[in-house]
Design a protein around this ligand. Structure first.
Ligand code: HEC
Length: 167
């Protein structure tokens, strides 16, 4: 009995570090509060949906990009967006080109904002999970409470999405 108990203890103690590693590999620290959304891998290679510009005080250049599911839905004018759609809004400080007076170029990156469609998981927020990240780290819960309200108030009829495919 004692030998068995000791053996069991050894097995458990050996496994614990692995289990902890697995649990944190997904990085709860890297997932947004409330929604558990993370920055999707490879988004810098995704196709452009549309650029945008934000006036002062933010003064930003932006680009909304999407994964394959998102681009296909846009091209087919499909609303609501299907599950698996991911939209990412990249943003940079607006910067004067050092080489050309009238040109504006992206300065430092400010935020990465993500919307993930999962109609079951996020049923209470129109089927969308939200995440806002600065330097890869999610911002606080209070900011995440504002996302759906603003999108719902203005673009509910477009499945809560502002951005249209650039012509
Ligand atoms: C006060 C209004 C407002 C709030 C709050 C807000 N958004 Fe948005 N969001 C916008 C507008 C307007 C756009 C259109 C693009 C632009 O102007 O930058 C947008 C665009 C987006 C997009 C690109 C898809 C689309 O709908 O066009 C994502 C992704 C996004 N927001 C995520 C978020 C997240 C995550 C939060 C919360 C942390 C959030 N938004 C909070 C107004 C808002």
């Amino acid at each position: 009995m004692i030998v068995l108990a000791v053996l069991l203890l050894v097995v458990v103690l050996t496994c614990v570090p692995y289990l902890v590693t697995i649990a944190f590999a997904q990085g709860p620290a890297d997932a947004s509060p409330i929604f558990g959304v993370t920055v999707p891998e490879g988004y810098k290679q995704w196709e452009l949906i549309a650029p945008a510009e934000e006036a002062a005080p933010l003064d930003e250049l932006r680009a909304v990009v999407g994964n394959r599911t998102a681009i296909d839905a846009y091209q087919d004018n499909k609303l609501p967006f299907p599950d698996g759609t991911i939209l990412v809004k990249r943003a940079w400080k607006r910067k004067q080109s050092p080489e050309f007076a009238s040109a504006t170029i992206p300065g430092e990156a400010t935020t990465v904002q993500v919307m993930v469609k999962d109609s079951k998981k996020y049923a209470s927020t129109g089927g969308w999970g939200f995440g806002r990240f600065i330097n890869g780290k999610p911002v606080d819960e209070a900011q995440h409470r504002t996302c759906f309200a603003c999108h719902e108030a203005r673009v509910k009829s477009r499945d809560y999405v502002f951005t249209r495919l650039a012509p």
